[in-house]
Design a protein around this ligand. Structure first.
Ligand code: IPM
Ligand code: MG
Length: 356
């Protein structure tokens, strides 16, 4: 198969981790006889510095023309401490999501047997936890209008807005995932307070009869924040709005023992984007210490979701699992033993794939 992949390394550790994922992709392509070509695009602070726009039109065109996008990370502390910055790296990520119509962000939360003891939670609570967080990605308070400041500068406002159609399409996807998993769907909202949440609940309840084999549970987000920690194994598919999903998935990463392990797929109306859920980790940029596994696992999701190449995805997962078993890991998950560099981990994984 011909695979045209857009590479958007972005900021901070982005370039280093994307490079490792690329090694895994190349090894897979060689093994399975695929022809890969890469086109690089600028995004984030790097793009602001180069052309003054965090998601330049040229990058968008590259994404639109590609079969999949492999994305690193976005964010730069230079902008975080300037509340009046006119343009921010994060706007690039949001613009990309909006323009590519990426309304669904799939964040699988799975544990690795040999790492469960790294989780700050008790092993018996997290061992075997396996759920899929489905986060709505192009609506809600991230994009709602009006957003801004009053003229005197003393009042600020954001708006959470959802249409029935936006809610329906994300719920449909979540119901379908639940259907091919353990058939349980948890709809997370704040329907006791928010109008948007009440519409989510209304729409979900209306859809329930179309999926008679799926058990649907409704949970307030504050309670969900607690349940994720107290009983992660009780979840199968969890669906929620944009900001709740942002917060709950960072929280969920604790279950696995490191934020450096969680991949994601963003899918919608145009090209899908595959990216780790962690950020640009600027303190580690250029030091060759960042954990590349979330990005390599995102590449596995790319094979499975964008190309429907399941064996290829499975081999990447196997290689990642083996690297953890063999303790060829970066400092965030190394314990006592030797910590390997970003590139050493990437090369080990590519080699494992080639030798298989
Ligand atoms: C994420 C990130 C982004 C988000 C930021 C960088 C805008 O936290 O992908 O989870 O809030 O969506
Ligand atoms: Mg986040």
């Amino acid at each position: 198969m011909e695979l045209n992949i857009a590479l958007l390394p972005g900021d901070g550790i982005g370039p280093e981790i994307v490079e490792q994922a690329q090694k895994a992709v190349n090894a897979i392509a060689e093994k399975f006889g695929h022809k890969v070509s890469y086109t690089k695009g600028l995004v984030g602070a790097t793009a602001i510095d180069a052309v003054g726009d965090p998601y330049p039109e040229e990058t968008h065109e590259i994404c639109m023309k590609s079969d999949a996008v492999l994305f690193g990370a976005i964010g730069d502390p230079r902008f975080d401490h300037d509340p009046n910055a006119k343009v921010r790296p994060e706007q690039g990520l949001l613009a990309m999501r909006k323009k590519l119509g990426l309304y669904a962000n799939l964040r699988p939360v799975t544990t690795f047997k040999s790492l469960v003891h790294k989780s700050p939670l008790k092993t018996e609570l997290v061992d075997g936890a396996d759920f899929m967080a489905v986060r709505e990605l192009t609506g809600g308070i991230y994009f709602g209008k009006p957003q801004g400041r009053s003229e005197d500068g003393n009042t600020a406002y954001d708006s959470s807005v959802y249409s029935r159609e936006e809610i329906e399409r994300i719920l449909k996807l979540a119901f379908e995932y639940a259907g091919v998993r353990r058939k349980k769907l948890t709809v997370v909202d704040k329907a006791n307070v928010l109008a948007t949440s009440r519409l989510w609940r209304e729409v979900a309840q209306k859809m329930e009869p179309d999926y008679p084999d799926i058990e649907v549970e409704y949970m307030f987000v504050d309670n969900a924040a607690m349940q994720i920690i107290q009983g992660p194994k009780n979840f199968d598919v969890m669906v929620t709005e944009n900001m709740f999903g942002d917060i709950l998935t960072d929280e969920a990463s604790v279950i696995t023992g490191s934020l450096g392990l969680l991949p994601s797929a963003s899918i919608g109306t145009h090209t899908s984007v595959f990216e780790p859920i962690h950020g640009s980790y600027p303190q580690a940029a250029g030091k060759n210490i960042a954990n590349p596994l979330a990005t390599i696992l995102s590449a596995a999701m790319m094979f499975e979701y964008a190309f429907k190449l399941m064996d290829e995805g499975a081999l990447i997962r196997e290689a990642v699992e083996k690297s953890i078993d063999e303790k060829i890991v970066t400092e965030d998950i190394a314990e006592g033993g030797k910590a390997y560099s970003t590139t050493e981990v990437g090369e080990w994984i590519a080699k494992y794939i080639s030798n298989k």
